[in-house]
Design a protein. Structure first.
Length: 496
């Protein structure tokens, strides 16, 4: 309720926020979580909570009147269509030079992501988080995160036999024929459920292509793991459709201003609550935007000059390859990715063999590459426009394209194939206008101390992807979760 006081307030319900809430609650602390997106716990008129990837509707996009599909075109036709404006699940947030895709709702990115749960190779870890003790991460916190998230490996014998992974087997064949290392990656999907989907004994979800706008069964989003456990403690409350706009010190506590939204995005109430401690877990973009504003407007003047810096896109770039007719990728493609091509050490790229769940045969192989792109952008405050801006430039994706080409130019040469030019526009090979993996903006051991305590303001913490300096060499959520587990362990021991 407005005017209420809570011991701990957590802004955002993604990976960082969910870890903080669960571990604090288990330690006996009452926690209130505020989430700007919806709860996603009620079916729509079609009986389903989430819309299918192939049929986006009002539930699919955050306050847009037209979809902004990552793959915008197909065979020369634009795919985007009008939708009613609604507090939908996927935000395609546009900054100059880049569109940043993010999940909106209780569960954050876990609602929309592919579930690829990758622990980076230990020898690459010091380049990701140089101030963090790697031995501790690999002995304690990565295992804890993987257990908490419900990460498991696909049954390879089954994978080798099912139609819905034909596309991935084609990806393996082409990778291996060009002497690349093809690696299976774990996921949070319930593989037994997917086996039943294939067998036809349960409603189809991954096999029906559900992913980008939510998954109605099978995927263990945070709603089913960390947040379910947190709620079961009885100490965690979550308010959905509540967006934090300000955090200011007052009498040794913090006053937090919150806007309540309706499903059209209209502010229906503005509330203030007070808290002893506040955790910023609004995601790399959400946390960075808030902190940039709070520093620039004088609400939190003690924040240091590292706020807003070190933001990266995890080197994301997408592309498709056109296969020969004998390399069909299948009309049914499971939406859950299972593998990647690792050319990180030689070429700076790790490519996820991604599904293209269109329901028709495309003869396309589709990839999301994570690359060692060195470019970093910064959030700054535009006082005239009253918003935080990011200075990423479109041309900064060129290193990512060059690194991805170390894999796909070679595969194309070996197979005698070409890139698809119809997926991101007309005659455009690279999906280089976007990222799924925003990271940084409040870097660990720079904007914060080595455990996420913000410099210059006691009792304020960052505990999400904003802490990570722009790149993880693989898909990021396991690392975000493991780092949050590490930081909260120390914070509970010393600050409570
Ligand atoms: P996260 O973004 O999860 O959560 C932040 C939450 O805070 C959101 O729910 C947001 O609505 C809320 N919020 C923001 N501002 C707020 C405010 N002012 N007030 C209240 N609430 C606010 N990663 C991976 O490892 N494997 C994968 O397969 C994929 N695939 C993938 C696909 C797609 C389409 C996307 C968009 C992303 C992925 N990712 C991924 C990335 C992964 O989902 C992402 O890195 C994490 O969700 C980030 O976790 P955080 O805890 O940092 O924030």
């Amino acid at each position: 309720p407005p005017g209420a006081h809570v011991p701990v307030l957590v802004i955002g319900t993604g990976y960082g926020g969910s870890v903080a809430a669960l571990r604090l609650a288990q330690a006996g602390v009452d926690v209130h979580m505020l989430e700007m997106g919806m709860a996603w716990d009620t079916p729509g008129s079609d009986g389903k909570i989430f819309a299918n990837t192939t049929t986006p509707d009002h539930r699919s996009y955050w306050l847009r009147t037209k979809t902004k599909q990552p793959l915008s075109n197909f065979l020369g036709f634009p795919l985007d269509k009008d939708v009613p404006k609604y507090t939908g699940i996927l935000d395609a947030e546009e900054f100059s030079g880049i569109t940043v895709y993010q999940g909106r709702g209780v569960g954050g990115g876990s609602l929309v992501n592919g579930g690829m749960a990758v622990t980076p190779l230990r020898e690459r870890f010091s380049a990701i988080l140089p101030s963090v003790n790697a031995a501790e991460m690999y002995s304690t916190y990565y295992p804890r995160a993987n257990a908490g998230l419900g990460v498991t490996e696909v049954d390879q014998a089954w994978w080798n036999s099912v139609d819905c992974y034909q596309y991935a087997r084609v990806g393996r064949k082409h990778a291996q024929r060009s002497n690349f290392s093809f690696v299976f990656v774990p996921n949070v999907y319930d593989w037994d459920y997917m086996k039943k989907e294939v067998a036809g004994t349960v409603p189809k979800s991954a096999v029906a292509g559900e992913i980008l706008y939510g998954n109605n069964a099978g995927k263990k989003s945070l709603q089913k793991t960390y947040l379910a456990q947190a709620k079961a403690t009885g100490r965690v409350a979550i308010s959905a459709l509540h967006r934090v706009t300000s955090v200011t010190p007052a009498n040794g506590r913090y006053t937090v201003v919150v806007e309540q939204l309706d499903t059209s995005g209209t502010v229906t109430a503005t509330k203030t609550v007070t808290a002893n401690k506040v955790f910023f877990a609004a995601g790399s973009v959400g946390t960075s935007k808030l902190l940039t504003r709070l520093k620039a407007t004088g609400a939190l003047p003690g924040l240091n000059n590292e706020i807003g810096k070190g933001w990266g896109d995890n080197g994301n770039v997408m592309c498709g390859r056109a296969n020969h007719l004998w390399d069909a990728t299948g009309t049914v493609q499971a939406s859950i990715p299972t593998a990647g091509i690792d050319n990180w050490d030689a070429g700076g790229a790790f490519a996820e063999v991604a599904p293209l769940p269109t329901g028709i045969e495309t003869w396309a192989s589709f990839y999301l590459s994570i690359t060692k792109n060195p470019n970093r952008a910064q959030f700054t405050w535009n006082s005239t426009a009253n918003r935080a801006e990011l200075n990423w430039q479109a041309a900064w994706k060129q290193p990512s394209i060059d690194m991805a080409k170390t894999i796909f130019d070679k595969i194309n040469a070996k197979e005698g194939t070409i890139y698809r030019t119809d997926l991101f526009g007309v005659y455009k090979i690279w999906g280089d206008h976007l990222t799924y993996h925003p990271l940084g903006g409040a870097i660990l051991n720079k904007a914060t101390d080595n455990y996420g305590r913000l410099h210059g303001c006691s009792n304020l913490y960052v505990i999400d992807g904003a802490l990570i300096p722009g790149n993880t060499s693989v898909n990021p959520f396991v690392t975000i979760t493991a780092l949050a587990e590490r930081n909260i362990d120390t914070i509970i021991r010393t600050d409570f």
